[in-house]
Design a binder for this molecule. Structure first.
Ligand SMILES: Cc1ncc(COP(=O)(O)O)c(C=O)c1O
Length: 365
C-alpha cells in the first residue's frame, strides 16, 4: 500500500538507513562540496573523491580500532564475491581451509571454496536445520589448515556466535556482512574480515574488506584476475578500477553517524536491549515461537514464526498496513524475520511488539 511517511523497515538488507543521513544526501545531491555537480558525477581520482575515501577509511579505523598492519579496501560488488576471492587469494593448490557451517551463508561460502580449492567442514548444524552452533568439543580440525572461515551472524537463520572461535593457530576469516559495526570486535584476532554494505554500512554494491598485511604477500596460484586480487586492490588504495563512489559516500556518512551516536560500544548496548525486548516478548507468548537456541540468538535478525503458520500471510499484510515493513522471513526458511540493524530505533521494536500482541489477542479468541 502507498505510504506518505517513512515506516519501520525490518528488511534484512538492503536495510533501513538513518533518516538524517538520507536527508543530508538529498540536500547535497545536486551540488556536492560546491562543485556544482552531484557526487554521482564526480571522477574517482579527483581530490574531493580521494578525500572522501580517506575520510571513510579513517573513521572506520577509528570506530573499530583497526591497527596499522591491516589494510581497508572498499570494493565494488556483492559480498559473495568474497566467497571466491578468499580461497583464490589465500589457498595454494596443496593447502586446505576449514569452514564452520552454521547457516545458509557459511554453507554457500563453503560450497564456493570447494568449487575452487581444497576445503573441509569443521562442524555443521545443517542436519539439525541450523538451530544452534555445534559444541566446539565436536569440531574437527585437519592439520595443516591455512584458514578457518566462519559467519559470526547468520542473517537468514538468525544465529550469532557469542564468542570468537578458537582455530588451533590457523588464520581466522569472518563474514561480518550482517554484524560489522553492530558490536565491538578485536580486529587483531582476524586475518580477514569482510562485510557487504547493505546492512549496517550503506546501499548495496559495496563490500568492505579488512585484511592483515602479511596475507597480501602471497602470490595467488594459479594466477587470478587482477580485479579479484587483494594485493592489487590494496596497492591501488581501492582505486584500481572505478570504485562505487556513491556507496562510499553513504558509508562515510554512516560511519560519521555511528560516531555521533557514541560509537560501536554504545550501539551494541542498544542493540542488546532491542533484541532482548523482542525475545522476551516471544518467550512470554503462546502465540509465537522461535526455534533458535537461546545462547546463539542473533541480535540483528530475530527469526520467529506463528504457531499457526496459516496466519502468517495475514500477519504480514496487516503489519505492512501498520507501517512495519519487510518482516517476511527468507524464502529458504519461511516464517517471520525482524532485522534490527543499527538504524532501527527502540521505538520500532516497541511498535512491532504492540502490533504482535494486538494481532495475537485478535486471533486467540
Ligand atoms: C552474512 C551474509 N553473507 C553474505 C551475504 C551475501 O550478500 P550479497 O548479496 O551482497 O552477495 C549476505 C546477504 O544477505 C549475508 O547476510
Amino acid at each position: 500500500m502507498a505510504m506518505t511517511t517513512r515506516v519501520y523497515n525490518f528488511g534484512a538488507g538492503p536495510a533501513m538507513l538513518p533518516e538524517s543521513l538520507l536527508k543530508e544526501a538529498q540536500t547535497e545531491l545536486l551540488n556536492w562540496h560546491n562543485l556544482g555537480v552531484s557526487v554521482l558525477e564526480v571522477g574517482h581520482r579527483t581530490s574531493e573523491c580521494v578525500a572522501l575515501l580517506e575520510h571513510a577509511e579513517r573513521t572506520l579505523r577509528e570506530l573499530l580500532g583497526i591497527p596499522s598492519n591491516y589494510q581497508v579496501l572498499f570494493l565494488g560488488g556483492a559480498a559473495r564475491t568474497q566467497f571466491a576471492m578468499i580461497p583464490m587469494n589465500l589457498l595454494y593448490p596443496e593447502e586446505q581451509a576449514g569452514y564452520l557451517v552454521t547457516g545458509v551463508w557459511s554453507h554457500m561460502a563453503f560450497s564456493e571454496a570447494l568449487r575452487l580449492k581444497r576445503a573441509y567442514c569443521v562442524a555443521s548444524d545443517e542436519a539439525n536445520q541450523y538451530k544452534t552452533i555445534p559444541d566446539p568439543k565436536t569440531w574437527e580440525f585437519k592439520e595443516p589448515t591455512s584458514y578457518i572461515y566462519y559467519t559470526p551472524n547468520e542473517t537468514i537463520n538468525g544465529i550469532r556466535f557469542p564468542y570468537i572461535p578458537k582455530t588451533k593457530g590457523s588464520t581466522l576469516i569472518a563474514d561480518m556482512t550482517s554484524c560489522l559495526l553492530a558490536e565491538p570486535i578485536d580486529v587483531t584476532r582476524f586475518g580477514l574480515i569482510f562485510a557487504g554494505a547493505q546492512k549496517n554500512i550503506a546501499n548495496a554494491g559495496l563490500t568492505v574488506v579488512i585484511i592483515r598485511e602479511d596475507l597480501l604477500s602471497r602470490i595467488p596460484n594459479p594466477p587470478i584476475p587482477s580485479m579479484l586480487d587483494y594485493k592489487i586492490q590494496a596497492q591501488h588504495h581501492s582505486l584500481y578500477a572505478t570504485p562505487p563512489v556513491f556507496n562510499c559516500y553513504i558509508a562515510a556518512k554512516m560511519f560519521d553517524w555511528i560516531k555521533a551516536q557514541g560509537g560501536v560500544e554504545t550501539l551494541f548496548h542498544l542493540n542488546c536491549q532491542k533484541a532482548a525486548r523482542l525475545y522476551q516478548y516471544l518467550d512470554s507468548s503462546d502465540f509465537y515461537t522461535t526455534k533458535i537456541d537461546k545462547e546463539v540468538r542473533s541480535l540483528m535478525n530475530v527469526c520467529f514464526s506463528l504457531k499457526n503458520e496459516k496466519l502468517e500471510p495475514e500477519f504480514l499484510h496487516l503489519a505492512e498496513r501498520a507501517g512495519l515493513y519487510a518482516l517476511k522471513g527468507h524464502r529458504l526458511v519461511g516464517g517471520i524475520r525482524a532485522s534490527l540493524y543499527n538504524a532501527m530505533p527502540m521505538a520500532g521494536v516497541d511498535a512491532l511488539i504492540d502490533f504482535m500482541s494486538e494481532f495475537a489477542k485478535e486471533h486467540s479468541r
